[in-house]
Design a protein around this ligand. Structure first.
Ligand SMILES: C[S@@+](CC[C@H](N)C(=O)[O-])C[C@H]1O[C@@H](n2cnc3c(N)ncnc32)[C@H](O)[C@@H]1O
Length: 219
């Protein structure tokens, strides 16, 4: 991975790229539940829903993008709130789900009362956070979850971090995004404040890496 321009703020570089690619990204992933990797994704969502402490639990979709999963939660009648750093992504989410609670927010500064949510869903987004900031994100998620609340996250397996324009960012080559890759032991340490319900490694390379899926509970 390239380290050039990291001093410009990796998060800002990533945000700008998502603003730029949002329309195309949303068009390509419009039906997220078609098959293959996406069929697995739907299973991941349903497993997360089965862990919610109550059927009325409020869900926070962190890095919700254009509403890929937010729409699924809403269709199930769940009170769902989405946050994202890309205003264009949020605009698309708002267009599809006009009544959803959507907010422009950096996941490093979650601004909700303690215990506001019964579930936090963080799919395909934690890897955009520099490792020096990830504990702040994980602590913030723990803080906004009620006891026994469910937490799902997906991570890219590997080592190191940096701004990438090809291997990890293969879906939009040349468009820089920041990626932090984790070994399993790093991930276990990072998520150590939660009870692990399920921990699944998907070894096949998809979008440049193998994947780790974790379903967790707040103790
Ligand atoms: C790969 S997309 C995934 C979107 C959605 N979760 C999905 O699965 O389709 C990553 C999302 O994380 C958002 N993101 C990146 N850094 C963020 C940050 N610091 N705070 C909030 N959202 C962020 C991006 O804007 C983008 O919408």
């Amino acid at each position: 991975m390239s380290s050039e321009s990291e001093e410009l703020s990796e998060v800002e570089i990533t945000r700008r790229t998502y603003d730029e690619i949002a329309e195309d990204y949303a068009r390509k992933l419009k039906d997220p539940y078609l098959g293959g990797f996406e069929a697995y994704h739907k299973m991941a969502v349903d497993r997360f829903l089965s862990l919610l402490p109550s059927p009325q639990a409020r869900i926070l979709d962190v890095g919700c993008g254009f509403g890929h999963d937010l729409g699924y939660f809403l269709a199930k009648g769940l009170h769902t709130y989405g946050i994202d750093l890309s205003r264009v992504m949020l605009l698309l989410a708002r267009r599809s789900f006009p009544t959803a609670g959507l907010c422009h927010m950096d996941m490093r500064q979650l601004n909700f009362k303690p215990g506001s949510f019964g579930g936090v869903w963080a799919a395909h987004c934690l890897y955009h956070i520099p490792k020096r900031d990830i504990c702040r994100v994980i602590d913030g998620i723990r803080h906004v979850l009620q006891p026994q609340g469910a937490f799902f996250c997906s991570l890219k397996l590997g080592e190191g971090e940096g701004v990438d324009t090809d291997r990890q960012a293969i879906s939009y080559p040349g468009k820089p995004r920041f990626y932090a890759l984790y070994t399993e032991s790093e991930a276990r340490e990072m998520l150590g404040g939660f009870d692990i319900v399920e921990w699944e490694v998907r070894p096949e390379i998809y979008y440049g890496s193998a994947w780790l899926y974790a379903w967790l509970k707040r103790t």
